[in-house]
Ligand binder design. Sequence first.
Ligand SMILES: NC(=O)C1=CN([C@@H]2O[C@H](COP(=O)(O)OP(=O)(O)OC[C@H]3O[C@@H](n4cnc5c(N)ncnc54)[C@H](O)[C@@H]3O)[C@@H](O)[C@H]2O)C=CC1
Ligand SMILES: O=C([O-])CC(=O)C(=O)O
Length: 341
Amino acid sequence: MLFVSRQFAAASKRAFSTSSYQNAAKVAVLGAAGGIGQPLSLLLKANPTISHLSLYDLFNTPGVAADLSHINTPAKVTGHLPDNDGLKHALTDADIVVIPAGVPRKPGMSRDDLFNTNAGIVRDLATACAQYCPKAHILVIANPVNSTVPIVAEVFKKFNVFDPRRVFGVTTLDVVRASRFVSENQDSSPLDTKITVVGGHSGVTIIPVFSQTPGLQLNESDLKALTHRVQFGGDEVVKAKNGGGSATLSMAYAGARFTNSLLDATVNGVKGITEPTYVKSDVLAKDGVEYFSTQVELGPHGVEKINGLGELTAYEQELLQAAIPELKKNIQKGFDFVHKE
Ligand SMILES: NC(=O)C1=CN([C@@H]2O[C@H](COP(=O)(O)OP(=O)(O)OC[C@H]3O[C@@H](n4cnc5c(N)ncnc54)[C@H](O)[C@@H]3O)[C@@H](O)[C@H]2O)C=CC1
Ligand SMILES: O=C([O-])CC(=O)C(=O)O
């Protein structure tokens, strides 16, 4: 919870000096009753910048909202179901929409195996966002992120409301994991171990760039083992949960970190915040890759500046080359899904 308390300390300090920034944001969570949705909503309820937390799911959101609403932080919490225009009410005036709605993996599945179910869910929720909160920042957690982000973008384009500064694939869990795994290997503090991860959010498309962490020296076997662990960290949890789903608690932590960073940049006027995120990007335009995750500077309108790849070792170049065809395939699949009708 350290990032939470650090951020909230900063936010509450700012709240005294710049009152117009205080408690100003409505955040909607779609899929809020699920494994990620509930702990994510709990962490967001703790952020004093949020004035209204609206929770939408197919079931159980009135209960989750009632429960969270007893916590003595400023956010009003409302729960919405599909009946009575629930989605419309959940989304209207939202500044940020976080989407963990969708099915998780079971052992033996790839993230792409979720496409058939989750593509339609994300398309329909994106359609509602384009109608009811076209200026909101959309944070996509639902897998396969490499394809669901292009789906949101194509739906928004259909409604003429696409702004590439406001559609994000949440890849924060990859850097959270990388930091933890490397700190275990190096016996260092995970809070001070910053690892760059670029690419997408599945298997070989996740590219840790350990060479960019100052002072980090890995021998070849550690380098390969850690690379594999970061790329396939999600599988460890899927296997351990043994049919009970995938990462939920670590994902909620990562999703809250990203949402809180975006709130600080967009609502609290904090400058210079960077987070890795999968966005429409020119970084690999020459290779025909339209969406890519690198470190992104966040500003008042969302994406402020997309950082490049920086220097890569020969090994990291190899990882990048392996990721490119898979990423292009995943992106095309999302695009085709929206344009198939
Ligand atoms: N981006 C990332 O790093 C990560 C992404 N994920 C993905 O997040 C998604 C959610 O995972 P969990 O929360 O564990 O699943 P879950 O099954 O526990 O929860 C999903 C929730 O979405 C709801 N839902 C389904 N269709 C909906 C619709 N049309 N409208 C609103 N809500 C709807 C369900 O009712 C359920 O409550 C999965 O696709 C999973 O693969 C999971 C971990 C990390
Ligand atoms: O592995 C999964 O299916 C869920 C996920 O995206 C992750 O944990 O990184």
